[in-house]
Design a protein around this ligand. Structure first.
Ligand code: SF4
Ligand code: SF4
Length: 393
């Protein structure tokens, strides 16, 4: 059935990646959202961009990056439907620190790319996009191929996130921005609520640039991360679902319900709702499944999460320092690679070759980029200060 409602959410239960029904769920999504119809009815070149989550060079078993099997099935379906041979498919992302091909090889994505003979994004091509109704930032430099594609398929993982609380469809679009430039955005908007504003400026700019084109989000929660995600600090957990929508906000809102997380802490979705971007009101979202079929699914939230209202106090820097933990490298686990030092937006980390990195707490903005890129989950946390222990727990 073709569905015209942008707030429609497609939700399927799959116990694990061996389930042969995953392909029929993906066909249902691609057909219901007009993707297959567009491919079959076109006789001129049609470009498709598949936006992965390649946050870092992690093994597919860690459930941090886009699962290669899910990408494999999507490419298989697209190729099967391309009877006129008109498709020009590109896949890619802007990894935080390491280059794209290296990251693709480590995540198992490169083998799938070669199997289906599709293009890899050229990260050097950059375009400027503009947010017409911005709160903090108007202009963004993003990867051209992501913006120009006739069809954009966003393919994130379902994960909790230390800074943003949850990362599913909307947050995965941070990868529109080139590698290390992403960390500069953390420095520009260092408070979580400012980050949510800036991020929604980016999201609106993206929607504006693609307003006449098809954009679809398909999130893989068959396995995801709970706790201190979105990288090695999180714990792998079976979510047992695939979820899709033409609206990233509707998709994220329903994911929060499935995972039994707290909507009042999901800073990106709350900011989107405040600005009437997408649909965050569950009553207005139509789901093709009963949420009771997912009653056994529950993800732990990040350790330092707090409601939106509490985050307002974090604009005052010393309050933040008194309440919360800071990152601290674990000398047992650290391999002294320096990745945390390279990504740190305010240059709060000092690193000497062969030594464990040190953190300047006064400069640290607690963006947790260091933890996100650490290959060994070595960037731990200090004990929460006494004041924070009293007021936040
Ligand atoms: S030390 Fe880590 S958490 Fe602190 S500012 Fe640098 S990257 Fe962000
Ligand atoms: S803390 Fe992690 S990222 Fe930083 S140097 Fe050690 S292993 Fe590398």
């Amino acid at each position: 059935m073709i569905n015209e409602n942008k707030s429609y959410v497609y939700l399927y239960r799959h116990e694990n990646y061996d389930d042969i029904e995953i392909k029929s769920s993906l066909i249902d999504i691609l057909s219901s959202t007009h993707v297959i119809e567009k491919i079959e009815n076109s006789n001129t070149r049609l470009s498709i961009f598949i936006k992965l989550n390649l946050v870092g060079p992690f093994s597919p078993n860690q459930a941090i990056t886009t699962n290669p099997h899910v990408l494999d099935l999507i490419l298989e379906i697209l190729k099967e439907k391309d009877i006129n041979n008109i498709l020009d498919i590109t896949v890619g992302d802007n990894p935080a620190v390491r280059e794209e091909i290296f990251t693709m090889k480590k995540t198992g994505i490169y083998d799938i790319v070669k199997k289906h003979n599709v293009n890899i994004m050229d990260a050097s091509k950059i375009s400027k996009i503009t947010c017409p109704d911005y709160k903090l930032y108007r202009d963004f430099e993003v990867s051209t191929e992501m913006i120009d594609a006739d069809i954009f398929i966003n393919l994130p993982k379902v994960k909790t996130h230390t800074l943003a609380y949850i990362t599913v469809a909307q947050k995965n679009l941070f990868g529109l921005i080139y590698g290390l430039d992403k960390s500069a955005w953390h420095a520009k908007a260092s408070n979580p609520l400012d980050f949510a504003k800036a991020f929604n400026d980016l999201y609106l700019a993206f929607l504006n640039a693609r307003k006449d084109k098809l954009t679809l989000h398909i999130a893989d929660g068959i396995e995801g991360l709970e706790g201190d995600g979105p990288s090695t600090g999180g714990i792998k957990k079976e979510g047992k679902f695939i979820i899709a929508s033409l609206d990233a906000i509707s998709l994220d809102r329903v994911s929060i319900e499935i995972l039994k997380l707290d909507y009042n802490k999901s800073i990106l979705t709350l900011e989107a709702a405040k600005r009437n971007i997408g649909e965050a009101n569950l009553k207005n979202i139509i789901i093709n499944n009963d949420l009771n079929n997912f009653s056994d699914i529950k993800f732990k939230e990040p350790n330092n999460s707090m409601p939106n209202i509490g985050l307002r106090f974090l604009k005052i820097k010393f309050v933040k320092s008194m309440l919360f933990e800071h990152p601290k490298a674990d000398s047992e686990k650290c391999i002294k690679c320096g990745e945390c030092y390279k990504i740190c937006p305010p240059k709060a980390i000092t690193f000497e070759k062969g030594k464990v990195p040190k953190i300047n707490r006064t400069k640290c903005i607690r963006c947790w980029c260091c933890s996100e890129v650490c290959p060994k989950n070595a960037m731990g946390k200090t004990k929460r200060p006494l004041v924070g222990r009293i007021f936040l727990r």
